[in-house]
Write a protein that binds this ligand. Structure first.
Ligand code: ARG
Length: 273
């Protein structure tokens, strides 16, 4: 295994207006208290971890009335300098889509508009030469064909079956070009078989790891940033030679989000990865 870290360019959105005002996944309870100031401090710590690892963090301006805008992974899919904008399933998040689209346009990416519900990197993960695309809760199956057409990577449909793991990035994380970690039970039997075939050496996470959103992790190929509470998963990753960095995003988890949800990978042309 090569354990070289690749420098990353990320897009993040400060949780200035973060709240849990509605429930569009089982983690969200609008009656439970949320500490927005603590959410901001936890998010700033995540941003600092990335900077300390040598990654570049770009920021999009948060907008009032869009409490989930902090989850930048849902703002698009950006590969090889092409940015595919998003279409949210839920009306509460609809206005985030044009804001992210405008950011991509301003940043000079080649823009593509979605024809179906498509929640960006929440459901679309590049793993080596394959695009793994989730469906079942948010991103429509029909969106997968468009992703393949736009990006030119073979798209592998992943059928999600547990509503707590409603986005692919809550059930699976890409560790490097060859390896992923995932929660088998979050996928249909057929998708589990595909995962075993594609990634025979994958790390299997436990339900306990997944229930603290441990799989909502960000890897640069060597360092894996993951929720601090996912201790078993962190130990397994260290056994494989990764360096793990635990972060506490307890407030954002009340909306069903972790480190990966807060982080959109901006991939330029192939050469500059
Ligand atoms: N409350 C947000 C939603 O339900 C959380 C999104 C988390 N993002 C992610 N990439 N999993 O849409």
């Amino acid at each position: 295994m090569t354990m070289d870290a690749t420098r990353q360019r990320f897009l993040m959105c400060r949780p200035t207006y973060f709240a849990v005002d509605y429930a569009i996944n089982p983690w969200m309870d609008p009656n439970a208290p949320v500490d927005t100031d603590l959410a901001i401090r936890q998010w700033e710590r995540l941003r600092q971890v990335y900077r300390d690892l040598g990654h570049t963090v770009e920021e999009i301006t948060p907008l009032p009335g869009l409490p989930d805008m902090v989850f930048a992974a849902n703002g698009g899919t950006v590969i090889d300098g092409k940015a595919m904008a998003v279409q949210f399933r839920d009306p509460q998040r609809a206005d985030e889509a044009p804001a992210y689209r405008a950011w991509f346009e301003g940043a000079g990416f080649e823009l593509y508009d979605p024809k179906h519900v498509n929640e960006g990197e929440g459901d679309v993960l590049l793993a080596g030469d394959h695009l793994l695309a989730g469906t079942g809760f948010r991103t429509a199956h029909a969106a997968h064909a468009q992703l393949q057409e736009v990006f030119g990577y073979p798209v592998i449909t992943m059928q999600l079956v547990d509503p707590r793991f409603y986005h692919l990035d809550t059930a699976l994380t890409v560790l490097d070009e060859r390896t992923v970690a995932y929660l088998p039970e979050a996928f249909s039997p057929g998708s589990q078989a595909v995962l075993r075939r594609l990634f025979p050496d994958a790390v299997h996470a436990t339900m306990a790891d997944a229930e603290v959103l441990g799989l909502n992790a960000v890897s640069d190929g060597r360092h894996v940033v993951l929720p601090a509470q996912a201790t078993d998963l962190a130990a397994k990753l260290r056994d494989r030679g990764y360096q793990t960095i635990g972060v506490d995003l307890s407030e954002l988890r009340k909306a069903g989000g972790g480190p990966k949800c807060c982080t959109l990978r901006l991939r330029q042309g192939k050469a500059s990865k």
